[in-house]
Design a protein around this ligand. Structure first.
Ligand code: NAI
Ligand code: MG
Length: 358
């Protein structure tokens, strides 16, 4: 199989962890007889330093001409003085929009080796396997108008939550399709007791559900969902929700697994193309120190192989290797206070496990 992958290292720890992800992909290509062609694009602070803007057109073109993208992270104090439209994080929102990446997948799995790292009780966390499907290109983050205005003679502000029915439906279809190949249960999270947008969301979910008879649908109000995620996370299989609710609930759910340095994500647009990135940020405090945990990025490469290339065995192989190195006690500094290994050492340990497994 010949596939083109664009890497977008970004800034902070981005270049270090993307290097790890690339190394793992290269080993998979060699061992399984695939050909992955890598090209690199500028985004975030690195792009601002080189070109003055956080997302040059050339980067978008490179992503569009590739089969998948692997992104590191962007942002840091160096660019804090930039005007809002020229900040590194703008590059991230802009690439999601430019590539129409409306479905954000955040799997939350409790790995046996890290059960003790969670702030929740082991019996609550053990066996958790939730896929959060978050709408990524609509809702209150993008709706117009968004402005300061005078209301009843005093200073006020307006944000707007907008969804087209088609935007809701396409996301729900993705969620049900994932549920079909997982635990066959969808929890649709909304605030239908208050918000009109949520009432439409609920109607759409009921309609879409009729196309997937093997999947059960449950509606849950977002405040209850926030509570249930901590109380009994094992009740969830696929949790689907709109942009803002998904942003908050996925950060909450991430703590089930113990560390931000472990969590991968995929952003999809309905074709095989996808953009894959760790959930964490650019960690400017440890940038360049060879200390960052590369496992979230390496787990993101497994998602890339699974969702964009259909290479399920290869994806499983990477995930098992991650589990193995953790079971053997390898830990980067975010996961331990003693005997931490470096980014490069962790990457090598994963690659060694992959080679042993094949
Ligand atoms: P952060 O995720 O970068 O860091 C939070 C804490 O976790 C820090 O102590 C950091 O050292 C640690 N950490 C994060 N990833 C780690 C890893 N792989 N290994 C070990 N430790 C890790 O979030 P923070 O500090 O709020 O933001 C820093 C910058 O990153 C900001 O400019 C922010 O806007 C940006 N950011 C970018 C994101 C992205 O590129 N997708 C997402 C979130 C934040
Ligand atoms: Mg967030």
């Amino acid at each position: 199989m010949i596939k083109k992958i664009t890497t977008l290292p970004g800034d902070g720890i981005g270049p270090e962890i993307v290097e790890s992800g690339k190394a793992v992909l290269q080993v998979i290509a060699d061992l399984y007889g695939h050909q992955f062609e890598f090209q690199e694009g500028l985004i975030g602070g690195a792009a601002i330093d080189a070109t003055g803007v956080p997302l040059p057109d050339e980067t978008i073109e490179r992503c569009q001409s590739s089969d998948a993208c692997l992104l590191g992270a962007v942002g840091g104090p160096k660019w804090d003085q930039q005007p809002p439209h020229l900040r590194p994080e703008k590059g991230l929102l802009a690439i999601r929009q430019a590539l129409n990446l409306y479905a954000n997948l955040r799997p939350v799995q409790a790995l046996d080796a890290l059960i003790e790292e969670s702030t929740l009780k082991p019996e609550v966390v053990s066996g958790v396997d939730v896929l959060i499907v978050r709408e990524l290109t609509g809702g209150i983050y993008f709706g117009e108008p968004r402005e300061r205005r005078t209301i009843d003679g005093e200073e006020g502000v307006v944000d707007t939550l907008v969804y087209k029915k088609s935007e809701i439906e396409r996301l729900l279809h993705r969620a049900f399709q994932f549920a079909e190949i997982r635990g066959k249960h969808v929890t649709s999270v909304d605030k239908a007791n208050v918000l009109e947008s949520s009432r439409m969301w609920r109607e759409c979910a009921n309609e879409v559900a009729t196309h997937y008879p093997s999947v059960t649908l449950e509606h849950m109000l977002v405040d209850n969902a926030a509570m249930q995620l901590i109380r009994q996370p094992k009740q969830f299989d696929v949790l689907v929700t709109e942009n803002l609710f998904g942003d908050i609930l996925s950060d909450e759910a991430s703590m089930i697994t113990g560390s931000l340095g472990m969590l991968p994500s995929a952003s999809l647009n309905g074709t095989a193309f996808g953009l894959y990135e760790p959930v964490h940020g650019s960690a400017p405090d440890i940038a360049g120190l060879n200390q960052a945990n590369p496992l979230a990025t390496i787990a993101s490469t497994a998602m890339l192989l699974r969702y964009s290339f259909g290479l399920l065995e290869e994806a499983d192989c990477i995930e098992q290797a991650i589990n193995q190195v953790l079971l053997k006690g390898y830990r980067t500094a975010d996961l331990t206070n003693a005997n931490a290994i470096s980014t490069e050492e962790m990457t090598k340990a994963v690659i060694k496990e992959i080679k042993v497994a094949i």
